[in-house]
Design a protein around this ligand. Sequence first.
Ligand code: NAD
Length: 365
Amino acid sequence: MTNSNTPKILILPGDGIGPEIVDEAVKVLECLRGNGLLVEVEHGLIGGAAYDETRSPFPEQTIAQAESCDAILLGAVGGPQYDEVERHLRPEQGLLDIRAHLNLFANLRPALLYAELASASSLKPELVANLDLLIVRELTGGIYFGQPREQLIENNVRRAYNTMVYDENEISRIAHVAFLAAQKRDKRLCSVDKANVLEVSLLWREVMEEVHQQYPDVELSHMYVDNAAMQLVRAPKQFDVMVTSNLFGDILSDAAAMLTGSIGMLPSASLNQENKGMYEPIHGSAPDIAGQGIANPLATILSLAMLLRYSLNQEMAAQNIEQAVIATLQQGARTQDIVDGNIQAVSTSDMGNAVLVNLQKIISV
Ligand code: NAD
């Protein structure tokens, strides 16, 4: 039974492997609904799939659905068949448009490495086994959007500049997201900046300290970005939550993702001020394996867990999904991207079904 207060999840499968991996996450969601989770579920179009039907990668109907839902689960967008489409109509533009439309300013990127998969990392297994860190990146401000920005010719010399700029409100809202996330984890937050060189980082640090007053249970530390990059590859398990600006976060979150060595395993969230969020795997639409039923659905299933935790406040359901994924890996199920040695890889739907069986067991205990 649903009513107008029932939270609504919008499912946007997208392109390539998107529909295949999202199908598995939807099975998991349906299992939770069958066990009492009250949510409404709606499906919509984005990216190339939306362009094919409506000639827009983010059509009016999807805009209306995105505005009226509480959270979005997205697969991936893009594909080589859209390479000749005008830039503003390409699938990837649909993704940029929905992020901008919903003002998704906070990007949460966990880097999780289950002990069972430690050999997939480029670092020594003991440095990364059970790695569990979260990078909170500011997504709509900083040097990527700062004005003025220009490339010009002065006295016959080509010159270009960008502006790194944040105001205190932009810093404080991302700080709140990071402190709240830390409160749900190990309560340690490391703010990354370049305060020894940049005025904007000095303000960043000041505001982080001010917001910290409201979260006395969270331990706050500061680190320069060059040191943070070094520490991430030296001893990544020292971190719980890291918060940083758009540019620094872009670089550090990709480095952290690579520590885990398995792109098919990593979820992400992008949140706005109302905690509405879009949740998606960090990988793309993988056209090279689309339609073969071999993609790893775990990043999408783990994105659903983040959705339940951050937008629907369903911590128990989120943990149940995560436990089911761990149990599945412990039993040895591996899709081809994480397979090690001579084990036979399982299909996308076999992996989803294995998670489902474990989830049922966990729920019924
Ligand atoms: P990609 O992440 O799609 O694929 C990179 C490699 O990882 C490929 O070999 C792919 O087979 C593999 N891979 C990715 N996800 C996997 C999974 N779940 N299971 C197993 N293997 C997986 O990156 P790409 O090839 O650079 O981009 C392909 C398309 O995706 C492009 O059109 C790009 O624009 C788009 N893209 C979309 C997003 C998004 O929707 N958020 C992000 C990145 C790229």
